[in-house]
Design a protein around this ligand. Sequence first.
Ligand code: FAD
Length: 309
Amino acid sequence: MKTLVWVEHDGQSVKDATLSAVTAAAKLGEVHLLVAGQGVDGVAQAAAKIAGVGKVHVADDAAYAHQLAENVAPLVVELMGHHDAFVAPATTTGKAIAPRVAALLDVMQISDVLSVEGEDTFTRPIYAGNAIATVQTRDAKKVLTVRGTAFEKASPEGGSGTIEAVAATGDTGLATFEGAEIAALTRPELTSARVIVSGGRALGSGEKFHELIEPLADKLGAAVGASRAAVDAGYVPNDYQVGQTGKIVAPEVYVAVGISGAIQHLAGMKDSKIIVAINKDEDAPIFQVADVGLVGDLFKIVPELTEKL
Ligand SMILES: Cc1cc2nc3c(=O)[nH]c(=O)nc-3n(C[C@H](O)[C@H](O)[C@H](O)COP(=O)(O)OP(=O)(O)OC[C@H]3O[C@@H](n4cnc5c(N)ncnc54)[C@H](O)[C@@H]3O)c2cc1C
């Protein structure tokens, strides 16, 4: 079985989410990659070094400069003529490309795959991760998005894939790129961080969020996350949100500060190895999943903790 994996990149390097997708794809058989972009020689070279990779298909064209799903999907469909499965990481862009591929191939998509049980059988979360469904597809071509935290990352070194240029399928004209505002990250990225400190509604304001959460995160070398209530209240931007409708994370340590532990928040972080919760309500649901719980006022505990660290 030949699987095509879409390589997520920023024009310079391969994003970590791709490495988990490669591990998932390897469970199905031979792994080929697709690098779509403009001026992506460096990315293609890096992709070819990923352990276990066979061919790297490279489509270098202005139509793919901004990874518009509307343009990438027809390219994938073209390549699916000689692949049996398409795998994309379940990231924002991966989740925009894969359904278009599935629709164009007239097959179902299997989303957020947690494990590969066989070449047509997979597990995936339902009810915000409270139940795991085992699903089987009879479609000849499989289209999957895979959850990064469920698969080990393939080694970015040690592979010797062959690079092959593929013809561009052109600009569909269905979408145009207007601009991008990329937040400059001074901290680790949420989805690949080893430690995350997240703040909730209890912080009360953006100022307090920055004043209390960021120094603690800096001491721990952590990424900063937030509950949806904190995002909706405007304390921090949307891309900080952890949870069912935010990012799915599974760091070594997750510190939840003033977060109640609603089921939709837990869906995004409950696979973290160690969960530390700071909450003034000892009955808060977050304590049901916490390994370490501190009951008390965060405005007192967090500065003390930051100072002691
Ligand atoms: C379809 C849907 C999708 C959703 N997706 C997400 C999602 O992706 N992510 C997400 O987070 N939520 C999501 N939600 C929202 C979710 O249901 C909760 O409303 C949200 O997580 C609550 O955020 P919170 O814990 O910050 O706030 P609250 O529930 O208000 O909790 C605040 C907590 O802080 C504690 N507290 C208050 N003051 C202090 C203090 N001084 N010191 C210490 N502790 C204090 C309180 O005891 C309380 O437990 C979703 C909801 C829906 C319906």
